[in-house]
Design a protein around this ligand. Structure first.
Ligand code: NAD
Length: 441
């Protein structure tokens, strides 16, 4: 096969050669860093900054022995990748999924660096993952696995060093177990602030109002900021969702509350459609009870092909990576692709969609609401304060609107796509901080 000759591939290949790193052009990390470097090349960024961003600072891998309820033992593989901390402590979710791989975690950690920089949060980027199917083990096993994971991470996490949060397959309960385990190991003089080691905790235990819905809420704020300039409104827009977990279901419910209409949904159990609209609140209750959208009575089951081909204004992937590939993109009929999930679009699909005139709103802009309210939670924990939901929402709207404007302005300045513009706005900020701090020693 011909080597890939896009600016992104060329940029990544050059740096990987210099670092004498093995690469595969189909690998998610190679593709993600390729886009980031392509954006960096549109700016006057010193080579050393590109070199630093090309690889994470730390990649931690561990194996956790845990006894199961039946007395048998299982060994769980886990990762924590700390990509960059020039802006502040590492920050990023922990994922529980049976098919996690190191390069996927590296990509997600890199995207966190970019996301925090675009939103001007005082955090760096990290991501963690544990190879486990949380639906396939008991609650007691899930707690033991989580406590063992937290102990294994040890001093690699901390409220001033690296702060995990929920991601795919993890939730507020898992964050509560992580915080409790960490507090048990903490020095008595730091126990008060130790719960700030994780965000996305339950409200009763140091969580923030508005954190659970934050990623969906942030996405809606970005749409409210950007759609009018594209000749559209949230009210009256039709949309599709991939994924009906935290990000998907909150996005669905909040968009519906503003007058948008949910047409189709696909998750790991199947795809459903209703031309008159699907009630996002009723579907959320159904998914909580049944574990997925399949069988929801007020919609008909459709095939994966029909799902992607449904005509909508907004197509919103909010599940796993790379779920919009070239094959799917050729069938898609939407005006705007709104990336709720991280890295949901392959480079080939992206090129095809841009050529078709579809606007792509990138993940580091659209789904930054989660990490932004995580920052608010961390701040409240440090100051022993409790903000109400209206205060959290008002602050979140301000951050999301400013990020959207930053991306738009950079897009105009560089005459490039919003993905490259968002990366460029993030890199310009990182570069300024490197200029001020210098690179040690
Ligand atoms: P979640 O575990 O709550 O939900 C994941 C969803 O993906 C579920 O509805 C599941 O059915 C669906 N899914 C899994 N495999 C699928 C498949 N093969 N086909 C179709 N659907 C499938 O996870 P989440 O927290 O909602 O995260 C979703 C995405 O958003 C991820 O990319 C995550 O990194 C990103 N994200 C999450 C947050 C957050 O605050 N939770 C913040 C920023 C970004």
């Amino acid at each position: 096969m011909e080597p890939c000759n896009t600016p992104a591939c060329q940029s990544a290949r050059e740096l990987f050669h210099e670092l004498e790193e093995y690469y595969d052009e189909h690998n998610l990390y190679f593709q993600t860093i390729g886009s980031v470097l392509e954006a960096a090349n549109l700016l006057d960024v010193p080579h050393r900054v590109k070199l630093i961003l090309t690889q994470p600072k730390n990649e931690i891998m561990f194996h956790l022995p845990v006894q199961m309820d039946d007395g048998s033992w299982q060994l769980f593989k886990g990762y924590r990748v700390q990509h960059n901390n020039v802006l502040g402590p590492y920050k990023g979710g922990i994922r529980y999924h049976p098919e996690v791989k190191l390069d996927e975690v590296k990509s997600l950690a890199l995207l966190m660096t970019m996301k925090c920089a675009l939103a001007r949060l005082p955090f760096g980027g990290a991501k963690g993952a544990l190879k486990v199917d949380p639906r396939a083990i008991s609650r007691a096993e899930l707690m033991r696995v989580t406590r063992r994971l937290t102990a294994a991470l040890g001093s690699n996490i901390g409220p001033d060093y690296d702060i995990p949060a929920p991601d795919v397959g993890t939730n507020a309960q898992i964050m509560a177990w992580m915080a409790d385990t960490y507090i048990n190991f903490a020095e008595s003089s730091t126990k008060v602030t130790a719960r700030g080691v994780v965000t996305g905790k339950p409200l009763e235990f140091g969580g923030s109002a508005g954190r659970e819905k934050a990623t969906g809420q942030g996405l809606v704020f970005v749409l409210e900021e950007l759609l009018p300039g594209m000749g559209m409104q949230v009210e009256g827009a039709t949309f599709s969702l991939i994924g009906y977990g935290n990000v998907g279901s909150w996005t669905g419910r909040l968009l519906q509350a503003r007058g948008s209409k949910l047409m189709t949904v696909m998750d790991h159990t199947g795809a459903i459609q209703n031309p008159d609209g699907i009630d996002a609140d009723a579907l959320s209750d159904y998914v909580k009870q049944h574990g997925g959208v399949q069988g929801y009575p007020a919609a008909k089951a459709i095939s994966t092909e029909q799902f992607y081909a449904t005509e909508v204004d907004l197509f919103i992937p909010a599940a796993l990576e790379q779920m919009v590939d070239l094959e799917h993109a050729t069938h898609m009929r939407c005006k705007i692709l709104v990336e709720g999930a991280n890295a949901p679009t392959t480079p080939h699909a992206e090129r095809h969609l841009l050529d078709k005139g579809v606007t792509i709103l990138p993940a580091i802009l659209c789904n930054a609401g989660g990490v932004t309210v995580s920052y608010f939670e961390w701040k409240q924990n440090r100051q022993s304060e409790t903000w109400d939901e209206s205060e959290v929402d008002a602050r979140l709207r301000k951050v999301m609107a400013a990020s959207a404007q930053r991306a738009l302005d950079m897009g105009k300045r560089l005459n490039c796509s919003l993905r490259l513009a968002s990366y460029a706005a993030a890199i310009e900020h990182l570069n300024k901080v490197y200029e001020m701090r210098g690179v040690f020693p």
